[in-house]
Design a protein around this ligand. Structure first.
Ligand code: GDP
Length: 596
C-alpha cells in the first residue's frame, strides 16, 4: 500500500548553494511558522564546522505540509561518509532534490551522495537555485548536471528528471525560466508529482530500521527511522534486533514516539508505514537496529557500519602553559566528552589506555577525527593530540593490509601538476582527470590513508587556498610500500591576509613565514631525538579554532608539544635567532635551516 499522504525526500546540495534558504522558504509557505514567530536562521545547519569545511555531519529532519501531504525533508550528509551514513539516510527516502547553484554549477563534493542516490534507484528533482544572481548561467548548469548524471550512470528514467529553477532567497521556484511563479508552489507540486509515496504493508508485523541516532541530555538516545512495515504505537511491545548481531534480541516497550513537524518533534500516539519517526526511552537503541514485531521478528538488512581506519591519542595537556585555552582540561572531562560522542557517532571508537590521561580515539579518516577535535575545542576542551596513525589489518595469510581512500580533488588547472606530483609521492595513483568548464581540473586518486595524513594543510598552501579535496574510504588493500617523504626544508611561504582561509596552514614548505598584524602564530613543535626543536611547525590563524596540530611532515615527527596559540612575541621565543630574517611590528619572517 502507498502512503499517498506522505513524501520522504532528501536534499543533496553543496554547501552554500542555498539548502537552508530553500528549506526556510518551504517552511514559510507551508505555514509552519505561526504568526509572529520569528523565522529561525540556519534551520538545518547548526554546526559551524560543516559550513567551514563544506560538509554536513549530522542529518537533520524537517517536515512541511502541502495539500494534505506531509513532506519529510532529510538533510544528507556531505561527501564525507563517516560509516555508511549516506546510504542509511537515503534508504529512508524515495527521492532527492539535487540543489545546484546557477552560477557555480554542480560541485564534485555532491557527486558521492548523488551516486549513492542513483544506485538506490531514487527519483531525482534537479533544482537550479540562485537564478536571480546576475552571473547566473542556468542553461549551461543544466547541461553540466545532465552530464554529471550520465557520468554517474543514471538510468534513463533518472535522466528524464524534472528541472526546476529557483531563487530560494526571493522565495520562488519555477518550471522554466519564463515562469512567473511568485512562490514555492512549483517545487511543492514537483515533489508530490515525481517523488513516489512510500510503500509498505500496514497490516504486516512492525519493522522499523533505525537510521540515525540523536542524543538529548534529558531523554537520552533517540532513534530515528522510517516505519517500513506495519505500525508502531506508544505502549506497544516490540523486539529490538540487529541484522548483524544475532545475539541482540530484546523485548522493549515503546514509551515515547514523535514525528517531525516543521522544525520540531511532536509526540504522537501511533505511526504507520512510510512515516519517519523518532523514538526515545530505549537506552539500548543503536543505528542499524530494527524494531520488530514480537510474533514474527525479522530484522532489516543494512550496510554494515564500517570499521575505523585511523586512530589518534587524546591526552591531557600537561605543558606549563596548560589551562589557557579551555575550561575543560582534566582527564575526566575529556573522557566524559569522548564517551558522550559515542552516543551519536557509530563509526567512532574510544578506548582507555595504560595512562589515565590518554585515550585512543579511532575514526573514519583524518577528517572525521579533526572534526571531533575542532568541535571539542570550540566547546572549551583543552587537550593534546598525537599524530594520526592508520589502523592496519592482516589477511588470512598474514599479509599486511592498509586502508585505501579515494580522493577527489578540484583545483585550478595551474596547480594540477603540483598536486599530482605531491600525491604520487604519497603513493597516490591518479585514476581519472577531467577539465571543468570553469578552467578547473578534477582529479581522482586512489591513495593509502597514511598518505593523506597531514596533507590537507599542505594542499591548501600549495593551491593558495583554492583547492578542494574530498576523501572517502574505499577498501583495505595490501600495503603499498613505504612513503619516502621528501626532507622538508621547514618553514614555509605563505602570505598573511587573504590566503589564510580557515586559519589553518601548516608550515611545511621551504621558504619564509610572514605573520601579519593581528594574526597569531600557532606553534606545534616537533622535538628531535636530541631534545631540540628540529622542525618547528607553525600555523597562522585568524580564528581561534584550530585543528591541525600534528606535524605535516608526518614521518619526521617524533613528539608534538601540546597545541598553544602564541602571540607574535611569544612565538619569537621559540625561534632561533639565526633563523630570524626580519621582525617588524607588522610581520615576522623566519627561515629555518634544512633538516640534517
Ligand atoms: P546552504 O549552505 O546550502 O544551506 O546555503 P544557504 O541557504 O545558507 O545559502 C548560502 C548563501 O546563499 C546565503 O548567503 C544565502 O542568502 C544565499 N542564497 C541562497 N539562495 C539564494 C538565491 O536564490 N539567490 C541568491 N542570490 N542568493 C541565495
Amino acid at each position: 500500500t502507498k502512503r499517498e499522504d506522505v513524501r520522504n525526500v532528501a536534499i543533496i546540495a553543496h554547501v552554500d548553494h542555498g539548502k537552508t534558504t530553500l528549506v526556510d522558504g518551504l517552511l514559510k509557505q507551508s505555514g509552519v511558522f505561526r504568526e509572529n514567530q520569528e523565522v529561525q536562521e540556519r534551520v538545518m545547519d547548526s554546526n559551524d564546522i560543516e559550513r567551514e569545511r563544506g560538509i554536513t555531519i549530522l542529518s537533520k529532519n524537517t517536515a512541511v505540509f502541502y495539500k494534505g501531504t506531509k513532506i519529510n525533508i532529510i538533510d544528507t550528509p556531505g561527501h564525507a561518509d563517516f560509516g555508511g551514513e549516506v546510504e542509511r539516510v537515503l534508504k529512508m527516502v524515495n527521492g532527492v532534490i539535487l540543489l545546484v547553484d546557477a552560477f557555480e554549477g554542480a560541485m564534485p563534493q555532491t557527486k558521492f551522495v548523488l551516486k549513492k542516490a542513483l544506485e538506490l534507484d531514487l527519483k531525482v528533482i534537479v533544482c537550479i537555485n540562485k537564478i536571480d544572481r546576475p552571473e547566473a548561467r542556468p542553461n549551461e548548469v543544466v547541461d553540466e548536471v545532465l552530464e554529471l548524471l550520465m557520468d554517474l550512470d543514471a538510468s534513463d528514467e533518472q535522466l528524464d528528471c524534472p528541472f526546476l529553477y529557483a531563487s530560494a532567497k526571493r522565495g520562488h521556484a519555477m518550471l522554466d525560466l519564463n515562469d512567473t511563479s511568485s512562490d514555492m508552489t512549483p517545487l511543492f507540486d514537483a515533489i508530490l508529482k515525481y517523488i513516489p509515496a512510500p510503500e509498505g504493508d500496514p497490516d504486516a508485523g512492525t519493522q522499523l530500521l533505525i537510521s540515525t541516532i540523536d542524543y538529548n541530555e534529558y531523554v537520552g538516545r533517540i532513534g530515528v527511522g522510517k516505519v517500513d512495515n506495519g505500525k508502531i504505537a506508544v505502549n506497544q511491545e516490540v523486539m529490538l534486533m540487529n541484522h548483524h548481531d544475532p545475539d541482540k534480541k530484546k523485548k522493549v516497550k515503546i514509551s515515547k514516539l514523535y514525528e517531525f513537524d516543521g522544525l520540531n518533534k511532536i509526540e504522537v500516539r501511533e505511526a504507520t508505514v512510510g512515516s519517519i519517526v523518532a523514538i526515545s526511552g530505549i537506552p539500548d537503541i543503536h543505528i542499524g537496529d530494527t524494531l520488530c514485531d514480537l510474533e514474527n521478528p525479522e530484522p532489516i538488512p543494512f550496510q554494515k557500519i564500517s570499521e575505523p581506519t585511523i586512530s589518534m591519542n587524546f591526552m591531557v595537556n600537561d605543558s606549563p602553559l596548560a589551562g589557557q585555552e579551555g575550561k575543560f582540561v582534566t582527564s575526566r572531562h575529556i573522557r566524559d566528552r569522548l564517551f558522550r560522542e559515542l552516543n551519536t557517532d557509530v563509526s567512532l571508537r574510544v578506548e582507555e589506555t595504560d595512562s589515565a590521561d590518554c585515550f585512543k580515539v579511532s575514526g573514519r579518516g583524518e577528517l572525521h577525527l579533526s572534526v571531533l577535535i575542532e568541535n571539542m575545542r570550540r566547546e572549551g576542551y583543552e587537550f593534546a593530540v598525537s599524530k594520526a596513525e592508520v589502523i592496519y589489518h592482516t589477511d588470512e595469510r598474514g599479509k599486511l593490509l592498509e586502508p585505501i581512500e579515494l580522493a577527489y580533488v578540484d583545483v585550478p588547472e595551474e596547480f594540477s601538476g603540483t598536486v599530482i606530483q605531491r600525491l604520487s609521492e604519497r603513493k597516490g595513483e591518479l585514476q581519472g582527470m577531467s577539465l571543468g568548464s570553469d578552467g578547473s581540473s578534477r582529479l581522482e586518486f586512489s591513495i593509502p590513508a597514511r598518505g593523506l595524513i597531514g596533507f590537507r594543510g599542505n594542499f591548501l598552501t600549495m593551491t593558495k587556498g583554492t583547492g578542494i579535496i574530498n576523501t572517502i574510504f574505499d577498501e583495505y588493500a595490501p600495503y603499498k610500500g613505504d612513503i619516502q617523504y621528501r626532507k622538508q626544508g621547514s618553514l614555509i611561504a605563505f602570505e598573511s591576509g587573504e590566503s589564510v582561509t580557515y586559519g589553518l596552514f601548516a608550515a611545511q614548505q621551504r621558504g619564509t613565514l610572514f605573520i601579519g598584524p593581528g594574526e597569531r602564530v600557532y606553534g606545534g613543535m616537533v622535538i628531535g631525538q636530541n631534545g631540540k626543536a628540529e622542525d618547528i611547525e607553525l600555523n597562522v590563524c585568524k580564528t581561534k579554532h584550530l585543528t591541525n596540530t600534528r606535524s605535516s611532515s608526518a614521518d619526521e615527527a617524533l613528539t608534538l608539544t601540546p597545541p598553544k596559540i602564541l602571540s607574535l612575541e611569544e612565538a619569537l621565543e621559540f625561534i632561533d635567532k639565526d633563523e630570524l630574517l626580519e621582525v617588524t611590528p607588522k610581520s615576522l619572517r623566519i627561515r629555518k635551516r634544512q633538516l640534517d
